[in-house]
Ligand binder design. Sequence first.
Ligand SMILES: *[C@@H]1O[C@H](CO)[C@@H](O)[C@H](O)[C@H]1NC(C)=O
Ligand SMILES: *[C@@H]1O[C@H](CO)[C@@H](O)[C@H](O)[C@H]1NC(C)=O
Ligand SMILES: *[C@@H]1O[C@H](CO)[C@@H](O)[C@H](O)[C@H]1NC(C)=O
Ligand SMILES: *[C@@H]1O[C@H](CO)[C@@H](O)[C@H](O)[C@H]1NC(C)=O
Ligand SMILES: *[C@@H]1O[C@H](CO)[C@@H](O)[C@H](O)[C@H]1NC(C)=O
Ligand SMILES: *[C@@H]1O[C@H](CO)[C@@H](O)[C@H](O)[C@H]1NC(C)=O
Ligand SMILES: *[C@@H]1O[C@H](CO)[C@@H](O)[C@H](O)[C@H]1NC(C)=O
Ligand SMILES: *[C@@H]1O[C@H](CO)[C@@H](O)[C@H](O)[C@H]1NC(C)=O
Ligand SMILES: *[C@@H]1O[C@H](CO)[C@@H](O)[C@H](O)[C@H]1NC(C)=O
Ligand SMILES: *[C@@H]1O[C@H](CO)[C@@H](O)[C@H](O)[C@H]1NC(C)=O
Ligand SMILES: *[C@@H]1O[C@H](CO)[C@@H](O)[C@H](O)[C@H]1NC(C)=O
Ligand SMILES: *[C@@H]1O[C@H](CO)[C@@H](O)[C@H](O)[C@H]1NC(C)=O
Length: 817
Amino acid sequence: MAEVLLLLIIFLFFSLIVSLSSGADTITANRSISGDETITSKDESFRLGFFKAGNSSNYYIGMWYNKVSTDPPTVAWVANRETPVSDRFSSELKIMDGNLVLLNESKSIIWTTGVNSSSSSSSSSSVVAILLDDGNLVLTSGLLNSNVTIWQSFDFPAHTWLPGARLSYDNRTRTKKLLTSWKSNEDPAEGLFSLELDPIGEQYLIRWNRTTQYWTSGSWDEKDKLFSLVPEMRLNYIYNFSYVSNENESYFTYSLYNPSIISRFIMDVSGQVKMLSWLDATKQWNLFWSQPRQQCEVYDYCGAFGSCRQSGLPFCNCLTGFTPRSQSDWDLNDFSRGCVRKTDLQCGRTSEKYGFLRISSTRSNKPPNSTSLAVGSSGACESSCLSNCSCNAYSYDNNNGCSIWDTELLNLSGDDNNEITINVKVASKDLPSDKKDNGLIIGAVVGSVIGVVLLVGLIWFLIRRNNRRFIGQTTVEGSLVSFVYRDLQTATKNFSEKLGGGGFGSVFKGTLPDSSVVAVKKLESVSQGEKQFRTEVSTIGTIQHMNLVRLRGFCSEGNSKLLVYDYMPNGSLDAHLFSKDKLLDWKTRYQIALGTARGLVYLHEKCRDCIIHCDIKPENVLLDADLCPKVADFGLAKLVGREFSRVLTTMRGTRGYLAPEWLSGVAITTKADVYSYGMMTFELISGTRNSEQSEDGRKKFFPMQVADALIDGVDILKLLDPTLNGEASLEEVTKLCKVACWCIQDDEENRPAMSQVEQILDGVLDVNMPPKPRSLQLFVDNNDAVVFFTESSTSSSSQAHSNPSSRVSQAKSAASL
Ligand SMILES: *[C@@H]1O[C@H](CO)[C@@H](O)[C@H](O)[C@H]1NC(C)=O
Ligand SMILES: *[C@@H]1O[C@H](CO)[C@@H](O)[C@H](O)[C@H]1NC(C)=O
Ligand SMILES: *[C@@H]1O[C@H](CO)[C@@H](O)[C@H](O)[C@H]1NC(C)=O
Ligand SMILES: *[C@@H]1O[C@H](CO)[C@@H](O)[C@H](O)[C@H]1NC(C)=O
Ligand SMILES: *[C@@H]1O[C@H](CO)[C@@H](O)[C@H](O)[C@H]1NC(C)=O
Ligand SMILES: *[C@@H]1O[C@H](CO)[C@@H](O)[C@H](O)[C@H]1NC(C)=O
Ligand SMILES: *[C@@H]1O[C@H](CO)[C@@H](O)[C@H](O)[C@H]1NC(C)=O
Ligand SMILES: *[C@@H]1O[C@H](CO)[C@@H](O)[C@H](O)[C@H]1NC(C)=O
Ligand SMILES: *[C@@H]1O[C@H](CO)[C@@H](O)[C@H](O)[C@H]1NC(C)=O
Ligand SMILES: *[C@@H]1O[C@H](CO)[C@@H](O)[C@H](O)[C@H]1NC(C)=O
Ligand SMILES: *[C@@H]1O[C@H](CO)[C@@H](O)[C@H](O)[C@H]1NC(C)=O
Ligand SMILES: *[C@@H]1O[C@H](CO)[C@@H](O)[C@H](O)[C@H]1NC(C)=O
């Protein structure tokens, strides 16, 4: 009896689960959503229900990625963007009069699909909303009737463009479907940035406030399947874009070559379009492409009277004498409302005194909406601004004369690019150097403040001096020296001689007291704690090899994190390779290829923990006094932690040193470095960037040319950097070309290990011709006379390019990520 009861319970339990899960992708007249209830698409890719945006107390109906485990969930679509509710339990998403509507706490409709229900009244009671596997929420006329789509969320995109959806222009109604950014990470309401289709130019535009255009993809090239100003699409092989245009409408749409990849395309709150894919190994969205590349290229990102500085964090600051219009928005990185004067301009009253704040700008990027005034001198220009109450700023230069801004100043840059000076009118009392009035009181106050500051400074100095002696003598971690910030400041003459800037921060030249020359790297945005930082740094310190740049020491004081390296007098490889005045002969290039390979073998296979460099490119191969190559910047990915994806965006771009697996979301192995090494090797051979295009933009991708030449048996020396005048060993050039082709195979399994590369270049191992990498074929000219390989011809014509048994055991994966 008990068994029967148990069976019955189990049966009931299962039928309950079945009834819960079946139909859980639809909202019907009898089934609405409230509180924590959700519906899920059949394949469980997407879920729809109430979600809370950030720390605000607002709830929205949204759709999020169900298989992606971020907290908060990653939202792909929002219904009531502008009209949140605060109590999700007394709000309800339901079918009403043939529409899907959202009722707020007092049962008022605050969002609706807005279909004219009287035209389809016969079936309005049977209307259902279904969440499909592709993330499209469709309203159809019922399960039993013909399932005509009445409304679909794909026609009302929010900030995410899902595969299969169309960004379109309707030629009949003259309307566009745009992608619009959120206002901030806590507010999905429509922000200022939008991505839209320009049907005339067959291109994408990003616009600010639906008007000012600040980025374009360039026109669509149907033959090459890419946008003219996005040449890196040549290396794209996850998005399959297509463009359709007829008399009724024009649209772009895309699919994923590999549908199992979870990838998203968004118009971000930063004003940039971004492509990200989900990396299951790190449980993070991996950003692999964004445009405009620099945050400060986004038009008016910092709002009126806010200035944008690319090297600063945060990027935005109000001008002196100004303060955020809304501090709470500002704190959420929503800078759109900009800054306002601390002291308003006093019209009609003369008591207020004004001064001018000088800021710099380039001629071409002056803030918009100035008017020119026909006055002959800087002084006259200044006094017309002073005397006109509505004048916010003036600028005078000999070419353009006097310009006056009556409007707010937009799109200000905080970088010093002293082409022209803009003088912003600010109340004198808000300017820093004002000492004219109230001389006595201010003098007394300033005097005592200075006294205190001096005293504190003296004490601090004494403490510091003690500390320093202490540090200098004892706290040496392994072979690393722990430097004091102030010493590095002195050594680098207050960071005056910049050697370069990479993804992780700027590098400055310095001279230590013992007169040894060093390169000091100021790390940006280190997200780690003190202890973890020291652990990582001492790990890097133990890595020493003649083809790796040696870390000598570090500094960690509060937010200042610096690394001190040996100085490389010959700079980085790119400077030699791409500027024709410092020529590298072939022998040196070959040695650079070999030395770099050795450095990478050490990182991949000889260290205690395998290290993936993640950023091999000519900028990161430094040359010592004898032009011996040394790999720089290894081990830093872990130091900067979460910020790594930001770093990746700044370092990639048109150059394409990144292996395809970076895009596809699988775990990164040492083979990603092998790919980048291969791309760099092509540049050693050609002396130009692979990505470089000829004037007409039609030059063939160099790796492709090499692959073709090798296969066709064309004279490979013809492809060599012309500045070498053919002075090179044919055998070595051929060998290097083959190695490079082997390194850039699409499938990482088919690429060699760095140790194999080393052996080949050393002459210990032979190399056969590898097959032509498939990803290169996707975006090449279809009319190209050289027929490229299809899957079947690849297998028939490829001689076994590697001896599988010679394959060195592969380094373990993902150790440095
Ligand atoms: C809703 O439920 C009622 C009875 O509860 C039933 O008559 C009706 O057919 C149901 N409608 C749908 C669309 O399932
Ligand atoms: C929410 O608040 C917590 C604590 O105040 C903070 O750490 C977190 O960053 C906030 N989240 C967002 C998205 O602002
Ligand atoms: C619900 O929406 C209506 C109409 O927008 C509004 O008047 C009412 O105040 C809202 N109720 C609540 C509780 O917010
Ligand atoms: C809805 O459709 C009916 C019949 O097609 C039409 O008469 C009515 O004007 C429409 N209403 C709106 C608001 O478009
Ligand atoms: C509509 O019905 C057709 C077949 O009748 C089916 O293939 C299709 O998936 C249905 N579409 C939706 C949105 O249910
Ligand atoms: C955006 O444009 C609208 C008019 O279309 C204007 O009212 C609004 O002030 C503009 N926003 C900003 C931040 O300039
Ligand atoms: C790319 O998309 C087009 C149009 O949707 C399709 O015809 C084509 O087969 C797709 N290509 C690949 C390789 O998936
Ligand atoms: C859009 O429609 C107009 C007529 O309304 C037509 O002249 C024009 O050619 C159409 N545009 C395209 C791209 O077909
Ligand atoms: C454009 O719309 C008209 C009227 O709806 C239709 O007859 C025609 O087939 C459409 N053209 C295309 C190319 O879809
Ligand atoms: C805005 O400023 C940025 C950075 O200075 C610049 O690249 C851009 O061209 C400017 N935009 C306009 C429309 O002036
Ligand atoms: C400011 O200049 C932009 C173009 O740079 C223009 O679109 C806009 O209408 C102007 N605004 C005013 C208030 O004149
Ligand atoms: C101030 O400048 C504005 C715009 O240039 C102009 O229209 C106005 O007449 C000026 N006022 C005075 C008092 O000069």
